[in-house]
Ligand binder design. Structure first.
Ligand SMILES: C[S@@+](CC[C@H](N)C(=O)[O-])C[C@H]1O[C@@H](n2cnc3c(N)ncnc32)[C@H](O)[C@@H]1O
Length: 151
């Protein structure tokens, strides 16, 4: 989710191999044309896009690198990022298999601690992780949940 221009999708397609499937969505068109990738251009808040995504599920893993268009207003940007992260966590209920995993980008300085708490309630393990590849000055980090529990 939030897959354009397509490097995460390319990496994931290589990881799942020819018998796996990566379903990618973004507001803008993606570059990936691999045989094991299905791409959707659209908004993952809309019913038709959610229906298309659900039609390939439930999934082993949900990956969201989605971010709002930043305004420069840190408080507004973190609030919008948290809303996206919350939406993705909400979708785990219908999109993820029991025991599945989720990775969700969130801007730091907002609701990441309360979402981490929620993640830990719904997954066997939940943590925040900032990869080395993130620029030091960047305020993005990732919520990782391993082992989805049906509540
Ligand atoms: C940092 S970029 C993702 C980069 C991508 N992971 C890659 O490997 O190329 C964030 C993306 O989130 C997308 N996005 C934000 N809100 C979205 C929404 N509601 N529906 C679909 N995509 C969304 C943006 O269009 C943007 O392309």
């Amino acid at each position: 989710m939030g897959a354009a221009p397509g490097s995460w999708t390319q990496f994931s397609a290589a990881r799942v191999g020819p018998h796996g499937l990566v379903v990618a969505v973004d507001l803008t068109p993606m570059n990936s044309h691999a045989e094991n990738v299905v791409g959707y251009t659209g908004d993952f808040y809309t019913a038709d896009v959610l229906q298309s995504l659900a039609s390939h599920g439930p999934y082993n893993v949900l990956l969201s690198d989605a971010a709002p268009a930043t305004t420069g207003n840190r408080s507004l940007d973190t609030t919008r990022s948290a809303a996206i992260a919350e939406h993705v966590l909400h979708l785990c209920g219908e999109m993820l298999i029991e025991g599945g995993h989720v990775v969700v980008k969130i801007f730091q300085g907002g609701e990441e601690q309360s979402l981490l708490k929620e993640l830990r309630r719904r997954f066997q393990t939940g943590r925040l992780f900032k990869p080395q590849a993130c620029r030091k000055e960047s305020f993005e980090t990732y919520l990782i949940g391993l082992g989805y529990k049906e509540l």
